[in-house]
Design a protein around this ligand. Structure first.
Ligand SMILES: Cc1cc2nc3c(=O)[nH]c(=O)nc-3n(C[C@H](O)[C@H](O)[C@H](O)COP(=O)(O)OP(=O)(O)OC[C@H]3O[C@@H](n4cnc5c(N)ncnc54)[C@H](O)[C@@H]3O)c2cc1C
Length: 435
């Protein structure tokens, strides 16, 4: 491939975790990179609970110390609770096999994303905020991005590179243009959320846990301590459960869902809402492709899965890193064709499929019945936690335990291995039972 005159090696679209990670790695590898970010940071973004696997990507771009110095709440795992709070499963990343650095963070994304974007610039990337990428054209001699200032003060202009990494999040420039998106009708969920103060926390090491509270309608709550004062609180409702809230104002919906979920209502008894209530829906989707000639999709620009296992930022930083490495390899080999990126694309697809199995499972009664069952086999439970920590491709023994869990989930449909949801404390105390 002979390239005509270009402004940089790689154009990165989007300054979220995926884009900043890609840009930082490429710049540190000596590649010229221009990153365009539509917004001016800091800006609000949902997605505040990180997985342990994020540590590896942060270390790879030299940002681990910067994030550590920011003093975010420490997260060691997740506590899964029944709606009435009687049943608790603590997924401790430190006890899971194959998790090298179990402690991770809960982050206000405005601060976290700004740290990473600044780090990309400090690493040598040309970071241009307030610049929207309107279009990308991929030609034989390079890629051309059409850029316009978000505040509309200047005319659109073109910037050329050898390759492009699209990390523009769920609005993905390339995915929309190439019609790559695959809907996930089984995950057409609704999320309603805000930030609260004065919510009690645990003492010590578990103070920074995310709490996931299961609802009898197969929805669930998250409670994430994102700073010393603030708790991010949100409810995710499957489409069928959301129907029961139709026509209800967002604030009232959140309040009603809180009131219906005794464990959450107890925790928020004296809480004060500090932010507007926000809503997101239909956020899960797959992709027909993750790379092609001269282009790669990273993070949500490729695909996104329901937030129940907090995989979003972990996938974003890992895929950002892998996209950067694939682009650098292609540049070094003088081959930026889809063939060069085949391995990258396969890995993105496999990761998506691997987490998807868990996410789809979580919205079935049989998965939750087994997950909340008393005294689960320890090796099996810890193997699941390895995946919950972000290590989706663990060593063989761990994978076998995970596979065994899914066999039991299938069997649970027909044979009662664990108590049915109707016989479970979380249902007998919940609104479904009452109704
Ligand atoms: C309800 C909900 C809860 C979630 N909770 C969690 C959680 O607890 N933990 C977790 O890990 N993940 C969570 N996520 C997922 C998480 O928000 C995303 O997966 C993550 O932000 C993806 O990072 P990214 O860099 O790919 O995209 P983004 O963070 O979305 O960044 C994309 C960037 O691209 C910019 N951009 C967009 N279009 C253009 C353009 N045309 N030109 C230039 N710039 C552009 C945007 O301004 C943005 O800054 C949640 C998601 C939802 C919907």
């Amino acid at each position: 491939m002979r390239d005509s005159a270009v402004d940089c090696d790689v154009i990165v679209i989007g300054g979220g975790p995926a884009g900043s990670t890609a840009a930082a790695w490429l710049a540190r590898a000596g590649r010229s990179v221009i990153l365009f970010e539509r917004d001016m940071f800091p800006r609000f973004h949902i997605g505040e609970s990180l997985l342990a696997s994020v540590n590896d990507a942060l270390a790879a771009i030299g940002a681990a110390d910067i994030v550590r110095a920011a003093g975010f709440p420490q997260k060691w795992g997740a506590t899964f609770m029944s709606a009435d709070g009687i049943v608790e499963r603590f997924a401790d990343f430190a006890e899971a096999p194959g998790v090298p650095m179990p402690q991770t963070w809960q982050v206000p994304r405005a601060t976290f994303d700004q740290l990473l974007l600044r780090h990309a610039a400090a690493s040598g990337a040309d970071v241009r905020q307030g610049c929207r990428v309107l279009d990308v054209a991929v030609e034989a001699g390079g890629v051309t991005a059409t850029i316009q200032a978000t505040n509309g003060t200047s005319a659109a202009h073109a910037v050329r590179g050898h390759a492009v990494i699209d990390a523009s999040g769920r609005g993905s420039v390339l995915s929309r243009k190439l019609r790559l998106r695959i809907d996930e009708p089984r995950l057409a969920n609704l999320a309603v959320f805000s930030h609260y103060s004065n919510v009690p926390r645990r003492e010590g090491r578990r103070a920074g846990d995310i709490r996931i509270v299961s609802r009898p309608d197969l929805g669930w709550f998250w409670l994430i301590p994102i700073s010393a004062e603030l708790m991010s609180v949100g409810v995710v409702l499957p489409r069928t459960a959301a129907r029961g809230f139709q026509g209800v104002d967002h604030g009232a919906l959140l309040e009603r869902a809180i009131g219906e979920t005794p464990a959450v209502a107890a925790l928020l008894a004296n809480a004060r809402r500090e932010w507007p209530v926000r809503i997101e829906k239909d956020f899960s989707f797959g992709s027909r492709a993750y790379a092609g000639d001269r282009w790669l999709l990273a993070g949500d620009a490729g695909s996104f899965l329901d937030p129940v296992f907090s995989t979003g930022v972990a996938i974003a930083v890992e895929s950002g890193l892998e996209a950067a490495q694939a682009a650098a390899d292609g540049l070094a080999a003088g081959d930026l064709s889809a063939r060069t990126f085949r391995r990258y694309a396969r890995r993105q697809y496999q990761r998506y499929r691997s987490f998807r199995r868990f996410v789809l499972g979580f919205y079935t009664p049989e998965f939750r019945e087994l997950f909340f069952a008393e005294n689960p086999p320890l090796r099996m439970f810890r193997s699941l936690v390895t995946v919950f920590a972000g290590y989706w491709r663990p060593p063989l023994t761990t994978r076998m335990w995970v596979a065994a869990f899914f066999v039991l989930v299938r069997l649970q449909r027909w044979i009662r291995i664990a108590p049915r949801l109707g016989a479970h404390p979380m249902e007998t105390h919940g609104p479904a039972a009452a109704g």
